[in-house]
Ligand binder design. Structure first.
Ligand SMILES: *Cc1c(COP(=O)(O)O)cnc(C)c1O
Length: 407
């Protein structure tokens, strides 16, 4: 990636700022996930992590489907693929969204409350159809200690575990919904493979108990996404192989269950294929600390500011220097990496040791493919947007022009 960035910089006049996606890397990573999952499991991509069209087109032939949380996301999926299965979740679904879900042939709708259950049934009956649903459960216990928790604590998500029997009873009475199972997405950025397998086990226990007590023929148990990225120590990532071993043991323990298990991962699918590259515009020392100011910042990559953490980066040396005065540089020191916004919150990394960085070098942030551009406030301060570039084998493609440039 370093050589690619150097070559791209050579072709440009202005300071460099780009998201770069490595498509062969994405394909290889996701193929490996899909082929190592047990045969009763299905992998969906939660597109809110990054709904970039080129990434979705790359993923569509590999994953089993897409998970969405709005009508806008349903339309993005259908623009890429007319047929691919869609799972639709998220709190506060409107009548228009539920009608859209029916119109676009959503496979499963994840119902988030008793009111929503009534609303889905009402709309389906008006349209003379039946909607297949999973009930989204907000668990009381046994949610791994991940960075963000959507369940196991009071949140706006899902139906409280203690109210699930009531929801099942209602769903069974309503003629235009078909209850096919349960949905348990409960956390984000969990790094512990054993805890993740124990979570799946807990979901199966509950699904089994409710299935038996209420005589439901369960077709699907959706255990959500939530598999994490270690941004602090990039050499120690989620142990997928160990998770597969543990998952096989859990499936063996529940081999009387004949449902399909659905995973709907976001971060773990697209994070590693994405890079954010931003050129150093200035280096200064204030109050005894070194600051590197970038052409870019948290308006492009909000994740480190949102989570108050340092995002991993490497320095791509750029030899070109076109001014007749000395090039600022810092050696063997700790730097704080700031963006170009006029707020002290625009920080991408703090107190990171570097052996050398100069004005004009490029900082290359890795693991920027999920919750990067997608969650950022792009137009705050009205700086130009970054380029969006796609590495395809030995060439680079631009999002707005189909031509691929050899490098
Ligand atoms: C965000 C979300 C996901 C994906 O979460 P990751 O942590 O990115 O894997 C899956 N399901 C639901 C319901 C979500 O809201």
């Amino acid at each position: 990636m370093e050589k690619i960035v150097q070559a791209l910089r050579m072709e440009r006049e202005k300071p460099f700022c780009a998201y770069i996606y490595d498509l062969p890397k994405l394909r290889q990573h996701v193929n490996q996930l899909v082929t190592t999952l047990p045969s009763s499991c299905r992998l969906f991509y939660a597109i809110k992590a990054n709904s970039d069209e080129t990434l979705m087109k790359t993923l569509a032939p590999i994953v089993h489907g897409f998970e969405v949380a709005s009508l806008g996301e349903i339309e993005k999926v259908r623009a890429v693929d007319q047929k691919i299965p869609i799972l639709f979740g998220g709190p506060g679904k409107t009548q228009e969204e539920i009608e859209g879900a029916i119109h676009y042939g959503v496979t499963l709708l994840h119902v988030e409350s008793l009111h929503e259950l009534q609303l889905v049934n009402h709309i389906a009956s008006q349209k003379g159809t039946t909607v297949s649903i999973l009930l989204r459960v907000n668990l009381r216990h046994s949610v791994p200690n991940a960075q963000l928790k959507m369940a196991g604590v009071p949140t706006q998500f899902g139906i409280d575990e203690v109210e699930v029997p009531q929801a099942i009873a209602l769903a069974k009475k309503l003629p235009n919904v078909k209850l096919l199972g349960f949905h348990f997405h409960a956390m984000s950025n969990n790094g512990d493979s054993k805890a993740h397998a124990a979570f799946v086990d807990h979901c199966y226990e509950l699904a089994k108990r409710w299935g038996k007590e209420w005589d439901i023929d369960i077709s699907y148990v959706n255990v959500g996404g939530g598999i994490g990225i270690n941004y602090q120590n990039i050499d120690e990532q989620f142990d997928w192989d160990d998770f597969m071993k543990s998952l096989h043991r859990v499936l063996e323990k529940h081999k009387d269950a004949n449902w399909q298990t659905l995973f709907e991962c976001g971060r773990y699918i697209t994070s590693s294929c994405g890079y954010y590259a931003a050129e150093v515009l200035d280096i200064k020392q204030n109050h005894g600390r070194y600051f590197c100011v970038l052409r870019g910042g948290s308006h492009h990559l909000r994740l480190p500011a949102a989570w108050k953490q340092s995002h991993p980066f490497t320095i791509v040396p750029i030899e070109k220097w076109s001014y007749p005065f000395m090039r600022p540089e810092v050696n063997e020191s700790e730097i704080t990496v700031a963006g170009e916004l006029c707020t002290p919150n625009d920080i991408l990394a703090r107190d990171q040791f570097v052996s050398r960085v100069r004005v004009g070098d490029i900082l290359l942030f890795s693991y920027a493919g999920a919750y990067g551009w997608a969650i950022s406030h792009h137009d705050f301060l009205s700086h130009p947007h970054p380029e969006h570039l796609y590495v395809e084998s030995d060439s680079i493609g631009h999002s707005d022009a189909p031509k691929f440039v050899e490098i």
